[in-house]
Design a protein around this ligand. Structure first.
Ligand code: OYP
Length: 572
């Protein structure tokens, strides 16, 4: 067989050859019957190889995003497996982390956590260990921690959160009040209603506990964003406590820990797993099934989909499976995590995945020192302008988009997932629609994943700051809270060690990382496409320099969205 058309992926006997040189071509750029036949054959072969699992994504409680049909990563085709170096690093690093943790035995006050907090260090984790009790640090984490998408402006108190103005008066700046600040737009809310009534895990015969807190925050003119009231349940009655900063210190501390425990669940399962890993898997499967390797959108997307299928398969078998790590140490392990993910998937909107809508929709555009917001918007702009350039290069008009049958089959595969079917189109009509969708996918698989994944050791290594489970129910008497109760509530030694080991394993820099916008495999060979890549890289460099200089002299640096630290795809 002669490779006359080197841009195609050929089947020679059962040897597959993928040669990516040659110009990108949409279906209508190919007119020779032979070329069209090869395009078709490539897709038929891929559609036989990559299938969605149509059984598992829906249970009687609702759907989560459809995933690849593979029991374990071993069932995946070689083309999408980790290479040897990545596999061996992945399999050894957890073991390394585990050995580095110093198992303490005694467990009677918070300092005992330091005994296991030992070899695996990071400056932010240490900062966290020293400052985690401070209200300002609690507020900071709402903006620039692992889950920076939870906070929203509160214009009117929720009916189920009856905070009285006099309760919080002592937190207010001179001369103002809760009502004035609500009107002025300086009051914010964390609402974990989505956790309400979840089934809880039982670990080694012991029931774990979950709360669904509400937390009110105030943008104080001098102190910055601080929590001012916490309630640990959604349907209060006469006896329901509202915790305040002026309460006995340990009661207020424990109330904040309960919020942070909800934060662990929402962060890991919703912000991280669902809204990055699982959403991107849908794009992986659709791209592999519907676009031939010569297609410009395949060439554009492929580098942002590397290793995602394998890491997700590993996550499904080892992390969230019935005997997985969540079942062993996390309060939502077992049934709870599936129900939680299904609840979120039901309300997840396409709009909320787009930074330029997400911030105004949450009413957080004015919050100062919200580095995550500022960096996200810069990166979104750079990605969107790069993607639009590419789309306009290969589609001369909206009509070209409408007529690309391969692309239309691709979007049908994605929208089958009906992420908010009102907003996510099932047919692509314009170049702008296509550019936005591709930008969303690239933004999530790069920046958004980095923002949620890369800080997890920093924010979770100090277990009391973000506990993975709670072993006692929420307190019912503020004056009865003591250190013994706190220690009996927080994760035990083995749960804490597991939390540190896994968050280190996932959060550390990956040795084989390819940074955002670096295209190692040369998919595009045309000069104009390469120019667009160069321009994208130049814009990322400007963002890099801006972020570096902005961070100079900061007590706590925000570097998760530094372009050189963002991976080009979800590989961990
Ligand atoms: C896969 O060797 C992944 O046991 C992590 O999953 C860990 C393993 C396998 C186990 C490795 C082993 C990655 C994909 C994902 C994701 C998002 C959710 C991450 C949640 C991490 C929570 C860790 C805290 C546990 C206490």
């Amino acid at each position: 067989v002669v490779l006359t058309f080197p841009c195609y992926r050929w089947l020679i006997g059962d040897i597959k050859v993928e040669i990516r040189e040659g110009p990108a071509k949409t279906l209508r750029d190919d007119s020779l019957p032979q070329l069209l036949a090869h395009r078709k054959r490539e897709l038929q072969e891929r559609q036989a190889t990559y299938r969605s699992d149509t059984q598992n994504h829906t249970t009687n409680t609702g759907p989560i995003p459809r995933c690849i049909d593979a029991k374990t990563e071993a069932d995946l085709p070689q083309d999408v497996r980790f290479d040897n170096e990545k596999r061996s690093d992945f399999e050894h690093s957890l073991q390394y982390a585990w050995l580095a943790i110093n198992f303490g035995r005694s467990w009677s006050d918070l300092d005992d956590f330091k005994r296991i907090f030992w070899k695996l260090r990071s400056p932010t984790a240490e900062y966290c260990m020293d400052h985690w009790k401070e209200d300002r640090f609690f507020g900071y984490q709402c903006l620039n921690g692992s889950n920076p998408r939870m906070i929203q402006r509160c214009k009117k108190l929720p009916k189920n959160f009856p905070v009285e103005p006099n309760m919080v008066q002592s937190s207010m700046a001179n001369g103002t009040s809760l009502d004035k600040e609500l009107k002025a737009g300086n009051i914010y809310l964390l609402d974990y209603a989505i956790m309400d009534g979840l089934p809880t895990n039982t670990i080694r015969g012991k029931l774990q506990y979950i709360a669904a807190p509400l937390c009110l925050l105030y943008q104080h003119p001098d102190e910055g964003l601080i929590p001012i009231a916490i309630q640990l349940e959604q349907s209060p009655d006469r006896d329901t406590l509202i915790f305040l900063p002026r309460d006995p210190p340990l009661a207020w501390l424990l109330a904040k820990m309960w919020v942070r425990h909800s934060e662990f669940q929402v962060f890991q399962l919703l912000s991280h797993l669902l809204r990055t890993h699982l959403v991107i898997e849908v794009f992986c499967v659709a791209t592999l099934r519907q676009l031939p390797a010569v297609h410009p959108i395949y060439k554009l997307m492929a580098p942002h989909l590397r290793y995602t299928l394998e890491i997700n398969c590993r996550g499904r078998t080892q992390l969230i499976s019935p005997e997985g790590i969540f079942k062993r140490v996390v309060s939502t392990g077992g049934e709870g995590l599936i129900i939680l993910a299904q609840r979120e998937y039901k309300v997840l909107t396409y709009r909320s995945l787009q930074p330029h809508f997400d911030f105004p929709d949450r009413g957080v555009s004015q919050l100062p020192n919200y580095f995550y917001r500022e960096h996200s918007l810069m990166l979104w702009e750079a990605i969107h302008s790069f993607v639009s350039g590419m789309v306009n290069l290969y589609y001369q008009s909206d009509h070209d988009v409408q007529e690309d049958l391969e692309l239309q089959a691709w979007i049908r595969d994605i929208s089958l997932e009906d992420i908010d079917s009102d907003c996510l189109p099932s047919k692509l009509c314009t170049r702008e629609e296509l550019s936005t969708l591709l930008s969303v996918s690239i933004f999530i698989s790069t920046a958004q994943h980095a923002a949620t994944n890369n800080g997890q050791f920093d924010w979770c290594a100090w277990v009391p700051n973000t506990p993975c489970t709670m072993r006692q129910p929420p307190p019912t008497d503020k004056d009865a809270v003591n250190m013994e109760m706190i220690m009996a509530t927080l994760p035990d030694v083995s749960q804490s060690c597991m939390q540190m080991a896994i968050t280190w394993h996932l959060g550390r820099a990956q040795p084989d990382a390819i940074p955002l916008g670096q295209y190692i495999e040369e998919h595009f060979t045309e000069g104009r496409a390469k120019e667009l890549i160069d321009k994208f890289q130049a814009e990322l460099k400007v963002i890099e320099e801006h972020i570096v200089s902005q961070n100079e002299g900061l007590e706590l640096q925000y570097l998760f969205l530094l372009p050189s630290r963002i991976e080009n795809s979800i590989t961990i």
